[in-house]
Design a protein. Structure first.
Lengths: 447, 383
């Protein structure tokens, strides 16, 4: 029986358009694109030229600082374009898919017979190492580090997020193999919710979390199980990526297929799609988006995702595509006093508290207020289930006070941990951006 | 919609480079007053937001003040007619009070908002709405007979030196409304000692700054400080039909406001509760010497105690940000207010000074709680 940790703080936002359990394969894209920005903190060095033929599993770019860390093509085909932006920054490497899919053979391996270095080497070579995110800094992990522990969260409770039980369905064996492999490197902690299909995973310390969003955030789980101290490194991975690692050792090839949720109030039929990383967003949502108003497409969930469009490509870590109204043409009159029955708010100055809990809300992308200094106190704290003072930490970041950031626990957080706080904030401070900048500032300072 | 069209048409005139760009902040303020901003979330970060914003928060405080304002208006008239010995109707009292308070509200808003808009324009920022609360609080905590030019002066002082020099709403150390009162208290002590309130005379003369010809009525606190028996019964102090500053007399009206603020999660119930706890304990331990006709708990019903606890101490900007700090902050405000009242005959009312004093200490309370978190983390790392 797993340990149970109950978290009191948090907020579940009930949005309209949750994905139903229906799963189908997405339309195959003609072109797939790998976006380096999805691997935050890594500087890419492109190792292919336009016109090169690649197999699925061949490197497209490597980490400049750690050239052994490869980022591989999800499909076989011909490199069509290395898209660059300002100052030649690599925006994406695009591969035109071939009709005949060939995979690089990394060789099946018995995980039990491998040591930590061999596991790392296999992950670096196959392009899966780049999926590991380290704390501090919430960036791509450094292969030279020996992490204190590896944390995997097997659920997400962000609004409209994909159900990990559905995404992992049928991949339980690969998931176990992946955990076994990671356990060679460091102690593995697995966070689950009640009813998880992987709650009986072996070789990992399983903890069941009960509570509201963001209880599914791996950072919240780390803070409540085994908090990070200065000088320590912890690696984190998403559940589906653990199964990909298992697949690598069990099959000898990397399969970058994910089962992602396509959800949101502006999706006609919210459902799950099996899709390759790097697939074109337009192909995933083809014909499934309401067209009667301006829609915001988000790669990820509405709290932590990245705004995207039909011509962009599915980011490496994405577990869902969501669509919400943009809302910039609403022109709502007297918002400061009108009852606004359809708006969602944690404040009782609206009527959310009168509505049944099952009511699903359609929220648009408006910020819904002017940006202010932090006025109300305790707002962040009420949705921040970590032993950290979020408001004081954010103020230390704004002030650029590195010693204070460290003292207040910046090593333990990632921007996503502040997502719910950013949602409830009546002063509309861009918390995730500020935390990202703070982490990047600290990393630069310490390197 | 017509209004939207008018605003959109005017926008270029008020934008950078337009003819009236010097009034750009005023235009922004008007536009966001009418319409929820259509600004949408950036590429990264939360794409959805709670519908609550600081405008709505601020206006809910104003709504919570309405019972006190309405009762205050009625009470001004009641005290007036009572003193001159005339019979009057409820409507008469009310209208009389309206005539007294309206100029004060207009002056306070005009001066405060004028300065805020000008500074926002100068800093090229949006006008912050915090003054909507300050501007209504000021008329409620000054004596009924306070001349308008003094209110204007005090408001200007508070907005500039208590708020804008610190960086505006959200950055101030002291509650600006209380700074207004403190300014009056020290600059014009004869107007403000808090022991007597003019209840009679022609208030309209105040506009011209003419001396008020009237009879003074002692407040319960003034009577206590002078060692006289308190004439008001507990029932009267709770209902509020006693002389005093406009907003502070009715405990019932203030508690209705407190309920609204706590219900809407705007004011911290912890601060309100602990202020009353601190005040009650100190009032019990430290009774007025020789007070006649006055129970210890009546301390909490007279003067500005309730009003301060509910509307002043709970200002989120000038109170502690940590939950533990709020308990201590409130408790010490309550205790300190009673100590000043009882032990310092020069200051019959201690609430204002107690809150301002604790405003200074609020960061210290926070420091203690945040530092213990920091120490815990450092200790963990050292293991």
């Amino acid at each position: 029986m797993a340990n149970v940790i109950k978290l009191k703080k948090g907020l579940d936002i009930n949005l309209k358009g949750k994905a139903t359990a229906k799963i189908s394969a997405a339309n195959a894209s003609e072109v797939y694109g790998l976006i380096p920005d999805a691997f935050w903190g890594m500087k890419p060095k492109v190792v292919v030229k336009e016109g090169d033929d690649v197999k699925a599993g061949d490197a497209l770019f490597v980490n400049k600082l750690h050239p052994e860390m490869k980022f591989v093509s999800p499909v076989a085909g011909k490199v069509m374009l290395v898209e660059r932006g300002e100052r030649r920054k690599v925006l994406s490497v695009q591969v035109e898919a071939a009709a005949d899919q060939q995979y690089v053979d990394f060789g099946k391996k018995q995980v039990n017979s491998l040591n930590a270095e061999q596991v790392k080497a296999a992950l670096l070579e196959s392009g899966l190492f780049g999926f590991i995110i380290q704390r501090p800094y919430a960036v791509v992990a450094n292969p030279d580090d020996m992490p204190k522990a590896i944390f995997v969260s097997a659920f997400s409770d962000m609004p409209l997020a994909a159900d990990v039980n559905i995404a992992l369905n049928g991949k339980e064996a690969d998931f176990q193999t992946g955990i076994d492999a990671l356990a060679k490197i460091a102690k593995v902690y697995l966070g689950v919710k009640a009813g998880s299909i992987v709650e009986n995973t072996k070789n990992a310390t399983v903890t069941e979390f009960r509570g509201k969003c963001p209880a599914g955030n791996v950072g919240v789980q780390i803070n409540n199980v085994c908090p990070i101290n200065k000088g320590e490194v912890v690696w984190t991975l998403a559940a589906e990526e653990v199964a990909m690692i298992g697949g690598l050792f069990n099959e000898g090839k990397v399969n970058f297929t994910r089962t992602i949720a396509v959800a949101g109030s502006e999706i006609k039929e919210p459902q799950y799609k099996q899709v390759l990383i790097g697939a074109k967003i337009g192909d995933i949502i083809a014909g499934n988006v309401c067209s009667d108003k301006k829609v915001r497409l988000i790669d990820g969930n509405p709290l932590t995702g990245v705004k995207t469009d039909e011509n962009s490509f599915l980011l490496a870590h994405s577990t869902e595509i969501t669509a919400i109204p943009e809302g910039d043409d609403r022109d709502e009159l007297f918002g400061w006093i009108a009852p606004r029955f359809n708006e969602y708010s944690t404040s009782r100055s609206y009527f959310t508290w009168l509505q049944p809990k099952s009511k699903e809300y359609v929220l648009d992308a408006r910020v819904k207020g002017g940006h202010r200094h932090m006025i109300c106190s305790g707002e962040y704290d009420s949705v921040f289930p970590m032993d950290i003072y979020p408001e004081q930490l954010v103020k230390a970041i704004i002030a650029g006070d590195i010693d204070r950031m460290e003292a207040l626990g910046i090593y333990e957080v990632a921007p996503e941990d502040f997502a719910v706080a950013e949602f409830v904030d009546s002063s509309k401070v861009e918390l995730q951006r500020i935390v990202r900048e703070g982490l990047d500032m600290l990393r630069k300072e310490n390197e | 919609m017509g209004l939207k069209k008018i605003l959109d048409n005017l926008k270029p005139t008020f934008s950078e480079g337009g003819k009236l760009s010097a009034f750009g902040s005023l235009y922004d303020a008007m536009e966001t007053f009418f319409y929820v901003p259509n600004e949408t979330a950036k590429v990264r970060g939360a794409h959805i937001h709670d519908a609550i914003d600081s405008k709505r928060t601020i206006f809910f405080v104003v709504i919570a003040l309405i019972p006190s304002i309405l009762f205050g208006m009625y009470n001004i008239g009641l005290q007036h007619y009572d003193k001159i010995g005339e019979e009057s109707t409820l409507l008469c009292c009310f209208l009389y009070g309206l005539a007294v308070i309206l100029p004060k509200i207009v002056v306070s808003y005009a001066v405060g908002l004028g300065i805020e808009v000008a500074i926002a324009q100068w800093k090229k920022e949006e006008v912050h709405e915090g003054f909507f609360v300050t501007g209504i609080l000021i008329p409620l905590i000054v004596p009924v007979n306070c001349p308008l030019w003094i209110i204007a002066l005090a408001t200007a002082f508070a907005v500039v030196f208590a708020k804008e020099v610190f960086g505006g709403t959200g950055m101030n150390v002291f509650n600006p409304a209380l700074v207004t009162r403190a300014f009056l208290f020290f600059a014009y002590p004869t107007m403000m000692s808090g022991d007597k309130v003019w209840v009679n005379g022609n208030y309209m003369d105040c506009i011209n700054g003419a001396p008020v010809d009237g009879v003074s009525a002692a407040t319960p606190l003034g009577q206590l400080a002078a060692g006289e028996p308190v004439t008001a019964s507990p029932m009267e102090t709770i209902i509020g039909t006693i002389p005093g500053s406009i907003g502070e007399t009715s405990v019932i009206a203030i508690l209705i406001g407190a309920f609204i603020l706590i219900w809407a999660n705007i004011a911290s119930w912890k601060i309100i509760l602990s202020t009353f706890a601190g005040g009650a304990l100190m009032a019990y331990l430290l009774p007025y010497e020789g007070a006649q006709n006055f129970e210890w708990w009546e301390q909490l019903t007279v003067g500005g105690f309730c009003f301060g606890a509910v509307f002043m101490a709970t200002d989120p900007v000038t109170s502690p940000r940590t939950e533990g700090g709020k308990w201590i902050f409130g408790f010490l405000i309550g205790a300190m207010a009673i100590i000043i009242r009882v032990l310092n005959p020069g200051y019959p009312e201690g609430m204002m000074l107690a809150i301002l004093l604790m405003n200074i200490f609020a960061p210290l309370f926070d420091y203690c709680f945040v530092q213990s978190n920091i120490n815990k983390r450092a200790k963990r790392a050292a293991k």
